[in-house]
Design a protein around this ligand. Structure first.
Ligand SMILES: Nc1ncnc2c1ncn2[C@@H]1O[C@H](COP(=O)(O)OP(=O)(O)OP(=O)(O)O)[C@@H](O)[C@H]1O
Ligand SMILES: [Mg+2]
Length: 245
């Protein structure tokens, strides 16, 4: 039985399934295998942590789950779509509709206000001014920043910037949000608040979050933890939904 059929037999529904993923980087004449036969089943509406030391392949894997990068071997299915079969144009369309991204360095546009940063993906998607005007204030409210709408990123704290990035990632109501070490540049208290916020977003909007970290503390907030070491899965721990501390 593959991991996919095993997990589905338990009644779990997937938002992403990776099967026998392999990835090798080639630098000059040296080949470095970075992901070595990885199977991952990401449950819908759960908070999944991808935990592993620096260099274990977390970013490489997240880039493949997020359809930013392709594996050398293996299959990636996101939201029931075999993404390897899509053309480049169809893939970027699929990504914009289905996947939100949050980065370690926030990646906000410095010349746009908090409001405008959140509005930006909606503008790109051709959403009407009326709908944008309804949605952005709700997102600002959801991340506790209604009173900072006009601030530029440079006028926000690190934690506030990451809240804007979370709201922006949620703007198009994605199925899956990918967060690559989103608390790495924050002090531990602010990082903990961001974790709590993400946990709340999973529960409130039934979104699936996958979050990479090398901090074992984050396990407490997770439904599922996938342990990665040296490009291979070392184990998976799943809590019952809603059991997270
Ligand atoms: N573009 C690249 N070209 C060559 N090697 C790469 C490339 N990107 C990553 N690697 C190598 O792949 C391995 C995994 O890198 P990756 O960035 O996925 O690890 P990580 O778990 O995200 O680490 P960190 O916690 O430090 O962010 C590392 O050994 C890295 O040196
Ligand atoms: Mg990384």
């Amino acid at each position: 039985m593959t991991e996919q059929t095993e997990e589905q037999a338990k009644g779990y529904r997937p938002v992403a399934v990776l099967t026998q993923i392999e990835k090798t980087y080639h630098l000059d004449s040296v080949s470095v295998p970075v992901i070595r036969g990885v199977d991952i089943f990401v449950r819908q509406a759960c908070f999944t942590v991808l935990l592993g030391p620096s260099g274990s392949g977390k970013t490489t894997l997240l880039n493949m789950i997020g359809c930013i990068d392709k594996p050398d071997k293996g299959e990636v299915i996101v939201s029931n779509c075999k993404v390897g079969e899509l053309t480049d144009d169809a893939l970027s369309d699929f990504r914009a509709k289905n996947i939100g991204f949050i980065f370690q360095n926030f990646n906000l546009l410095p010349v746009l206000s908090a409001y405008e940063n959140i509005e930006y993906p909606l503008l790109l998607a051709g959403i009407s001014a009326k709908k944008r005007g309804e949605r952005v204030p709700k997102l600002l409210e959801a991340v506790g920043l209604s009173d900072r709408a006009k601030n530029l990123p440079g006028q926000l704290s690190g934690g506030q910037r990451q809240r804007v990035a979370i709201a922006r990632a949620l703007a198009r109501k994605p199925k899956l949000v990918i967060a690559d070490e989103p608390t790495a540049n924050l002090d531990s208290q602010t990082g903990a608040a961001i974790l709590t916020l993400m946990r709340r977003m999973v529960d409130r909007y039934q979104i699936s979050f996958i979050f990479s970290s090398h901090d074992p503390e984050v396990i407490k907030a997770a439904d599922d933890t996938i342990f990665l070491h040296d490009g291979a899965i070392r184990g998976v721990r799943r809590k019952g939904v809603g059991e997270a501390a």
